[in-house]
Ligand binder design. Sequence first.
Ligand code: UT7
Length: 341
Amino acid sequence: MVYHEIYEIKGCYKLIRSLIKGVGSYAPPKVLTNADLCDMVNTSDEWITSRTGIKERRIARDNVTTADIATYASKAALEMAKIDPLEIDLIILGTVTPDMLFPATACMVQHRLGLKNAAAFDISAGCSGFIYSLSIADSFIRSEKFKNVLVVGVDILSRITDYTDRATCILFGDGGGAAVLSANYNGGRGILSTHIHAEGGHDDILKLPAGGSCMPASLGTMTNRAHFIKMKGSELFKYAVTYLKDVAMEAILYNNLKPEDIDLFIPHQANMRIVEATAKKLGFPMEKVFVNLQKYGNTSNGSIPLALDEAYRSGRVKEGDIVLVDAIGAGLTWSSALIKW
Ligand code: UT7
Protein backbone atom coordinates (compact mmCIF):
# COMPACT_ATOMS: atom_id res chain seq x y z
CA MET A 1 0.00 0.00 0.00
CA VAL A 2 1.33 3.47 -0.81
CA TYR A 3 0.56 6.53 1.24
CA HIS A 4 -1.10 8.58 -1.55
CA GLU A 5 -3.84 5.97 -1.91
CA ILE A 6 -5.19 6.52 1.58
CA TYR A 7 -7.80 9.21 2.04
CA GLU A 8 -8.34 10.93 5.35
CA ILE A 9 -12.05 11.34 5.90
CA LYS A 10 -13.28 12.86 9.20
CA GLY A 11 -10.17 11.68 10.97
CA CYS A 12 -10.46 8.11 9.65
CA TYR A 13 -8.25 6.68 6.96
CA LYS A 14 -9.83 4.63 4.28
CA LEU A 15 -8.70 3.07 1.05
CA ILE A 16 -11.15 2.99 -1.83
CA ARG A 17 -10.36 1.14 -5.02
CA SER A 18 -12.26 0.63 -8.27
CA LEU A 19 -12.76 -3.09 -8.62
CA ILE A 20 -13.33 -4.50 -12.09
CA LYS A 21 -16.39 -6.64 -11.38
CA GLY A 22 -17.24 -7.55 -14.95
CA VAL A 23 -15.75 -7.52 -18.43
CA GLY A 24 -17.27 -8.22 -21.83
CA SER A 25 -16.41 -7.81 -25.48
CA TYR A 26 -17.77 -8.21 -28.97
CA ALA A 27 -16.15 -8.56 -32.38
CA PRO A 28 -18.26 -8.85 -35.52
CA PRO A 29 -18.18 -12.34 -37.10
CA LYS A 30 -17.10 -11.28 -40.62
CA VAL A 31 -13.36 -11.88 -41.11
CA LEU A 32 -11.07 -9.93 -43.47
CA THR A 33 -7.88 -11.95 -44.04
CA ASN A 34 -4.51 -10.91 -45.39
CA ALA A 35 -5.37 -12.91 -48.51
CA ASP A 36 -8.55 -10.82 -48.93
CA LEU A 37 -6.48 -7.62 -48.70
CA CYS A 38 -4.11 -8.92 -51.39
CA ASP A 39 -7.09 -8.76 -53.77
CA MET A 40 -7.74 -5.13 -52.80
CA VAL A 41 -4.25 -3.49 -52.66
CA ASN A 42 -0.70 -4.29 -53.69
CA THR A 43 0.45 -6.22 -50.62
CA SER A 44 1.26 -9.74 -49.44
CA ASP A 45 0.55 -11.96 -46.46
CA GLU A 46 4.32 -12.15 -45.93
CA TRP A 47 4.67 -8.32 -45.74
CA ILE A 48 1.69 -7.85 -43.42
CA THR A 49 2.67 -10.72 -41.12
CA SER A 50 6.34 -9.81 -40.84
CA ARG A 51 5.74 -6.03 -40.42
CA THR A 52 2.68 -6.19 -38.15
CA GLY A 53 1.91 -9.74 -36.94
CA ILE A 54 -1.70 -9.29 -38.10
CA LYS A 55 -3.33 -12.23 -39.94
CA GLU A 56 -6.97 -11.14 -39.97
CA ARG A 57 -9.37 -8.54 -38.63
CA ARG A 58 -13.15 -8.34 -38.08
CA ILE A 59 -15.44 -6.13 -40.15
CA ALA A 60 -18.89 -4.94 -39.02
CA ARG A 61 -21.85 -5.38 -41.36
CA ASP A 62 -23.14 -2.09 -42.85
CA ASN A 63 -26.09 -1.89 -40.47
CA VAL A 64 -24.01 -2.47 -37.30
CA THR A 65 -22.90 0.65 -35.43
CA THR A 66 -20.55 1.50 -32.59
CA ALA A 67 -23.52 1.71 -30.21
CA ASP A 68 -24.49 -1.85 -31.19
CA ILE A 69 -21.06 -3.28 -30.42
CA ALA A 70 -20.88 -1.24 -27.22
CA THR A 71 -24.28 -2.58 -26.15
CA TYR A 72 -23.34 -6.24 -26.77
CA ALA A 73 -20.04 -5.88 -24.92
CA SER A 74 -21.62 -3.95 -22.04
CA LYS A 75 -24.38 -6.56 -21.62
CA ALA A 76 -21.75 -9.25 -21.14
CA ALA A 77 -19.84 -7.09 -18.64
CA LEU A 78 -23.02 -6.30 -16.66
CA GLU A 79 -23.96 -10.00 -16.58
CA MET A 80 -20.58 -10.94 -15.21
CA ALA A 81 -20.75 -8.14 -12.62
CA LYS A 82 -24.24 -9.33 -11.55
CA ILE A 83 -25.25 -5.74 -10.98
CA ASP A 84 -28.73 -4.19 -11.20
CA PRO A 85 -28.67 -1.88 -14.27
CA LEU A 86 -30.30 0.84 -12.17
CA GLU A 87 -27.22 0.90 -9.94
CA ILE A 88 -24.93 2.09 -12.75
CA ASP A 89 -24.16 5.77 -12.07
CA LEU A 90 -22.18 6.64 -15.18
CA ILE A 91 -21.18 5.35 -18.63
CA ILE A 92 -17.97 6.58 -20.24
CA LEU A 93 -17.36 5.44 -23.80
CA GLY A 94 -14.05 5.85 -25.62
CA THR A 95 -14.31 5.93 -29.41
CA VAL A 96 -13.06 7.70 -32.52
CA THR A 97 -15.97 6.34 -34.56
CA PRO A 98 -19.08 7.43 -32.66
CA ASP A 99 -22.47 6.74 -34.25
CA MET A 100 -22.79 10.51 -34.80
CA LEU A 101 -20.76 13.55 -33.73
CA PHE A 102 -23.57 14.11 -31.27
CA PRO A 103 -25.42 12.95 -29.26
CA ALA A 104 -22.81 10.87 -27.50
CA THR A 105 -22.83 7.17 -28.31
CA ALA A 106 -22.72 6.58 -24.53
CA CYS A 107 -26.24 8.07 -24.33
CA MET A 108 -27.49 5.54 -26.90
CA VAL A 109 -25.99 2.69 -24.90
CA GLN A 110 -27.49 4.09 -21.70
CA HIS A 111 -30.95 4.03 -23.29
CA ARG A 112 -30.63 0.57 -24.86
CA LEU A 113 -29.46 -1.03 -21.64
CA GLY A 114 -32.02 0.78 -19.51
CA LEU A 115 -29.37 2.35 -17.28
CA LYS A 116 -31.84 5.03 -16.24
CA ASN A 117 -29.76 6.43 -13.39
CA ALA A 118 -26.54 6.75 -15.34
CA ALA A 119 -24.96 9.94 -16.69
CA ALA A 120 -23.28 9.32 -20.05
CA PHE A 121 -20.55 10.83 -22.20
CA ASP A 122 -17.97 9.91 -24.83
CA ILE A 123 -14.20 10.38 -24.66
CA SER A 124 -12.07 11.20 -27.68
CA ALA A 125 -8.46 10.29 -26.89
CA GLY A 126 -7.44 8.21 -29.90
CA CYS A 127 -6.51 4.63 -29.03
CA SER A 128 -5.97 5.72 -25.40
CA GLY A 129 -9.70 6.37 -24.99
CA PHE A 130 -10.45 3.25 -22.97
CA ILE A 131 -7.62 3.84 -20.47
CA TYR A 132 -8.43 7.57 -20.28
CA SER A 133 -12.03 6.48 -19.50
CA LEU A 134 -10.81 4.04 -16.84
CA SER A 135 -8.85 6.88 -15.29
CA ILE A 136 -11.89 9.19 -15.16
CA ALA A 137 -14.11 6.40 -13.80
CA ASP A 138 -11.52 5.57 -11.15
CA SER A 139 -11.38 9.22 -10.05
CA PHE A 140 -15.17 9.42 -9.72
CA ILE A 141 -15.21 6.23 -7.64
CA ARG A 142 -12.28 7.12 -5.39
CA SER A 143 -13.73 10.56 -4.73
CA GLU A 144 -17.03 8.80 -3.78
CA LYS A 145 -19.04 10.70 -6.39
CA PHE A 146 -20.14 7.39 -7.95
CA LYS A 147 -20.16 3.73 -6.91
CA ASN A 148 -20.63 1.86 -10.20
CA VAL A 149 -19.30 3.01 -13.56
CA LEU A 150 -19.51 1.28 -16.94
CA VAL A 151 -16.42 1.94 -19.06
CA VAL A 152 -16.58 1.06 -22.76
CA GLY A 153 -14.09 1.17 -25.63
CA VAL A 154 -15.34 0.47 -29.16
CA ASP A 155 -14.41 1.34 -32.71
CA ILE A 156 -15.58 0.48 -36.20
CA LEU A 157 -12.42 1.56 -37.96
CA SER A 158 -13.51 -0.06 -41.25
CA ARG A 159 -15.84 2.97 -41.69
CA ILE A 160 -12.89 5.39 -41.78
CA THR A 161 -10.24 3.17 -43.36
CA ASP A 162 -9.13 3.86 -46.92
CA TYR A 163 -9.10 0.46 -48.63
CA THR A 164 -7.01 1.92 -51.46
CA ASP A 165 -4.17 2.87 -49.05
CA ARG A 166 -2.03 -0.21 -48.38
CA ALA A 167 -0.04 1.54 -45.65
CA THR A 168 -3.10 1.77 -43.37
CA CYS A 169 -5.84 -0.61 -44.52
CA ILE A 170 -3.89 -3.69 -43.45
CA LEU A 171 -3.83 -2.53 -39.83
CA PHE A 172 -7.34 -1.76 -38.73
CA GLY A 173 -10.42 -3.73 -37.63
CA ASP A 174 -13.68 -3.46 -35.71
CA GLY A 175 -14.66 -4.48 -32.19
CA GLY A 176 -14.72 -3.44 -28.58
CA GLY A 177 -15.22 -4.24 -24.96
CA ALA A 178 -16.49 -2.98 -21.64
CA ALA A 179 -15.73 -3.15 -17.93
CA VAL A 180 -17.92 -2.56 -14.89
CA LEU A 181 -16.05 -0.74 -12.11
CA SER A 182 -17.43 -0.77 -8.58
CA ALA A 183 -16.22 0.84 -5.38
CA ASN A 184 -14.27 -1.55 -3.17
CA TYR A 185 -14.06 -0.12 0.34
CA ASN A 186 -11.89 -2.99 1.60
CA GLY A 187 -8.78 -1.81 -0.22
CA GLY A 188 -6.75 -4.55 -1.82
CA ARG A 189 -8.13 -5.47 -5.22
CA GLY A 190 -8.92 -2.91 -7.91
CA ILE A 191 -7.22 -0.25 -10.00
CA LEU A 192 -3.93 0.64 -8.32
CA SER A 193 -3.18 3.67 -10.48
CA THR A 194 -3.76 5.26 -13.89
CA HIS A 195 -1.46 7.54 -15.88
CA ILE A 196 -2.58 9.66 -18.82
CA HIS A 197 -0.54 11.94 -21.11
CA ALA A 198 -0.86 13.99 -24.31
CA GLU A 199 1.35 15.85 -26.78
CA GLY A 200 -0.82 17.89 -29.14
CA GLY A 201 2.20 19.01 -31.14
CA HIS A 202 2.10 15.58 -32.79
CA ASP A 203 -1.50 15.95 -33.98
CA ASP A 204 -0.44 15.47 -37.61
CA ILE A 205 0.87 11.92 -37.18
CA LEU A 206 -2.53 10.23 -37.02
CA LYS A 207 -5.76 11.96 -37.93
CA LEU A 208 -9.12 11.99 -39.70
CA PRO A 209 -8.95 15.36 -41.47
CA ALA A 210 -12.54 15.96 -42.60
CA GLY A 211 -15.95 16.02 -40.98
CA GLY A 212 -15.18 18.44 -38.15
CA SER A 213 -15.38 22.24 -37.92
CA CYS A 214 -11.96 22.60 -39.54
CA MET A 215 -12.93 20.78 -42.74
CA PRO A 216 -16.67 20.21 -42.90
CA ALA A 217 -17.93 17.50 -45.21
CA SER A 218 -18.20 18.65 -48.84
CA LEU A 219 -17.92 17.19 -52.30
CA GLY A 220 -14.24 18.23 -52.20
CA THR A 221 -13.51 16.33 -49.00
CA MET A 222 -15.18 13.26 -50.48
CA THR A 223 -13.15 13.51 -53.69
CA ASN A 224 -9.91 13.98 -51.75
CA ARG A 225 -10.64 10.95 -49.54
CA ALA A 226 -10.30 13.23 -46.52
CA HIS A 227 -12.84 11.21 -44.50
CA PHE A 228 -10.32 8.40 -44.05
CA ILE A 229 -7.50 7.83 -41.56
CA LYS A 230 -4.19 9.49 -42.48
CA MET A 231 -1.16 8.12 -40.65
CA LYS A 232 2.60 8.66 -40.65
CA GLY A 233 3.27 5.06 -39.71
CA SER A 234 7.01 4.93 -39.18
CA GLU A 235 7.03 8.19 -37.14
CA LEU A 236 4.24 6.86 -34.94
CA PHE A 237 6.09 3.57 -34.58
CA LYS A 238 9.06 5.35 -32.93
CA TYR A 239 6.86 7.25 -30.48
CA ALA A 240 4.87 4.10 -29.71
CA VAL A 241 7.91 2.08 -28.70
CA THR A 242 9.21 4.87 -26.44
CA TYR A 243 5.97 6.06 -24.83
CA LEU A 244 4.48 2.59 -24.27
CA LYS A 245 7.65 1.65 -22.38
CA ASP A 246 7.76 4.95 -20.44
CA VAL A 247 4.12 4.92 -19.35
CA ALA A 248 4.29 1.24 -18.34
CA MET A 249 7.38 1.97 -16.24
CA GLU A 250 5.64 5.00 -14.73
CA ALA A 251 2.84 2.75 -13.43
CA ILE A 252 5.29 0.16 -12.09
CA LEU A 253 7.46 2.71 -10.26
CA TYR A 254 4.49 4.70 -8.93
CA ASN A 255 3.34 1.55 -7.13
CA ASN A 256 6.82 0.76 -5.80
CA LEU A 257 6.93 -2.41 -7.89
CA LYS A 258 9.41 -4.01 -10.28
CA PRO A 259 8.69 -5.41 -13.77
CA GLU A 260 8.95 -8.96 -12.35
CA ASP A 261 5.96 -8.21 -10.06
CA ILE A 262 3.66 -7.89 -13.09
CA ASP A 263 1.69 -11.07 -13.85
CA LEU A 264 0.33 -10.00 -17.23
CA PHE A 265 1.12 -7.11 -19.56
CA ILE A 266 -1.63 -6.17 -22.04
CA PRO A 267 -0.24 -3.53 -24.40
CA HIS A 268 -2.16 -1.72 -27.14
CA GLN A 269 -2.69 -4.26 -29.92
CA ALA A 270 -1.28 -2.15 -32.79
CA ASN A 271 1.69 -4.04 -34.18
CA MET A 272 3.58 -7.15 -33.01
CA ARG A 273 6.94 -5.46 -33.55
CA ILE A 274 5.89 -2.62 -31.22
CA VAL A 275 4.62 -5.12 -28.63
CA GLU A 276 7.85 -7.14 -28.73
CA ALA A 277 10.11 -4.08 -28.62
CA THR A 278 8.18 -2.64 -25.66
CA ALA A 279 8.21 -5.95 -23.78
CA LYS A 280 11.94 -6.30 -24.37
CA LYS A 281 12.70 -2.79 -23.09
CA LEU A 282 10.65 -3.53 -19.95
CA GLY A 283 12.29 -6.92 -19.46
CA PHE A 284 9.02 -8.90 -19.79
CA PRO A 285 9.29 -12.41 -21.24
CA MET A 286 6.66 -12.86 -23.99
CA GLU A 287 4.82 -15.45 -21.82
CA LYS A 288 3.78 -12.50 -19.64
CA VAL A 289 2.47 -10.49 -22.58
CA PHE A 290 -1.06 -10.91 -23.91
CA VAL A 291 -1.42 -10.63 -27.68
CA ASN A 292 -4.52 -11.09 -29.83
CA LEU A 293 -3.74 -8.61 -32.60
CA GLN A 294 -3.18 -11.48 -35.07
CA LYS A 295 -6.98 -12.06 -34.96
CA TYR A 296 -8.34 -8.50 -34.73
CA GLY A 297 -5.70 -6.05 -35.98
CA ASN A 298 -5.77 -2.62 -34.35
CA THR A 299 -9.28 -1.85 -33.09
CA SER A 300 -8.25 1.48 -31.47
CA ASN A 301 -10.50 2.00 -28.42
CA GLY A 302 -11.55 -1.65 -28.65
CA SER A 303 -7.99 -2.94 -28.35
CA ILE A 304 -7.47 -3.03 -24.57
CA PRO A 305 -10.98 -4.10 -23.43
CA LEU A 306 -11.16 -6.78 -26.14
CA ALA A 307 -7.82 -8.16 -24.94
CA LEU A 308 -8.71 -7.78 -21.25
CA ASP A 309 -11.93 -9.74 -21.70
CA GLU A 310 -10.23 -12.45 -23.74
CA ALA A 311 -7.38 -12.70 -21.24
CA TYR A 312 -9.84 -13.09 -18.36
CA ARG A 313 -12.14 -15.59 -20.09
CA SER A 314 -9.22 -17.74 -21.27
CA GLY A 315 -7.88 -17.99 -17.71
CA ARG A 316 -4.80 -15.82 -18.29
CA VAL A 317 -5.95 -13.43 -15.53
CA LYS A 318 -6.80 -14.76 -12.08
CA GLU A 319 -7.97 -13.09 -8.89
CA GLY A 320 -5.09 -11.24 -7.24
CA ASP A 321 -2.99 -10.98 -10.42
CA ILE A 322 -1.26 -7.69 -11.16
CA VAL A 323 -2.24 -6.65 -14.68
CA LEU A 324 -0.62 -3.77 -16.57
CA VAL A 325 -2.34 -2.20 -19.58
CA ASP A 326 -1.09 0.62 -21.80
CA ALA A 327 -1.98 2.35 -25.05
CA ILE A 328 -0.95 5.09 -27.47
CA GLY A 329 -2.96 6.82 -30.15
CA ALA A 330 -3.98 9.96 -32.01
CA GLY A 331 -3.35 13.22 -30.22
CA LEU A 332 -0.79 11.96 -29.48
CA THR A 333 -2.11 10.46 -26.28
CA TRP A 334 -0.62 7.67 -24.22
CA SER A 335 -1.74 6.03 -21.00
CA SER A 336 -1.45 3.10 -18.62
CA ALA A 337 -3.30 1.47 -15.74
CA LEU A 338 -2.14 -1.01 -13.14
CA ILE A 339 -4.86 -3.33 -11.84
CA LYS A 340 -4.90 -5.83 -8.99
CA TRP A 341 -7.47 -8.23 -10.45
O1 UT7 B 1 -3.16 2.86 -32.92
C1 UT7 B 1 -2.16 3.81 -32.91
C2 UT7 B 1 -0.90 3.13 -32.94
N1 UT7 B 1 -0.55 2.77 -34.30
C3 UT7 B 1 0.67 2.42 -34.53
O2 UT7 B 1 1.42 2.36 -33.61
C4 UT7 B 1 1.11 2.13 -35.95
C5 UT7 B 1 2.59 2.31 -35.99
N2 UT7 B 1 3.22 2.04 -37.29
C6 UT7 B 1 3.32 0.80 -37.82
O3 UT7 B 1 2.79 -0.17 -37.29
C7 UT7 B 1 4.21 0.63 -39.02
O4 UT7 B 1 4.84 1.86 -39.29
C8 UT7 B 1 3.47 0.16 -40.29
C9 UT7 B 1 3.07 -1.28 -40.15
C10 UT7 B 1 2.27 1.03 -40.56
C11 UT7 B 1 4.42 0.24 -41.50
O5 UT7 B 1 5.60 -0.50 -41.24
P1 UT7 B 1 7.03 0.13 -41.52
O6 UT7 B 1 8.02 -0.92 -41.28
O7 UT7 B 1 7.12 1.39 -40.72
O8 UT7 B 1 6.96 0.39 -43.07
P2 UT7 B 1 7.14 1.79 -43.84
O9 UT7 B 1 5.96 2.65 -43.70
O10 UT7 B 1 8.49 2.38 -43.50
O11 UT7 B 1 7.22 1.27 -45.35
C12 UT7 B 1 8.28 0.41 -45.81
C13 UT7 B 1 7.99 0.01 -47.23
C14 UT7 B 1 7.64 1.18 -48.14
O12 UT7 B 1 8.18 0.92 -49.41
P3 UT7 B 1 9.55 1.62 -49.88
O13 UT7 B 1 9.27 3.11 -49.81
O14 UT7 B 1 10.59 1.18 -48.89
O15 UT7 B 1 9.75 1.10 -51.26
C15 UT7 B 1 6.14 1.12 -48.24
O16 UT7 B 1 5.64 1.66 -49.45
O17 UT7 B 1 6.87 -0.87 -47.27
C16 UT7 B 1 5.91 -0.37 -48.22
N3 UT7 B 1 4.59 -0.75 -47.74
C17 UT7 B 1 4.00 -1.92 -48.07
N4 UT7 B 1 4.41 -2.94 -48.83
C18 UT7 B 1 3.57 -3.99 -48.95
C19 UT7 B 1 3.75 -0.04 -46.93
N5 UT7 B 1 2.63 -0.75 -46.72
C20 UT7 B 1 2.75 -1.90 -47.42
C21 UT7 B 1 1.93 -3.02 -47.57
N6 UT7 B 1 2.38 -4.03 -48.34
N7 UT7 B 1 0.71 -3.12 -46.98
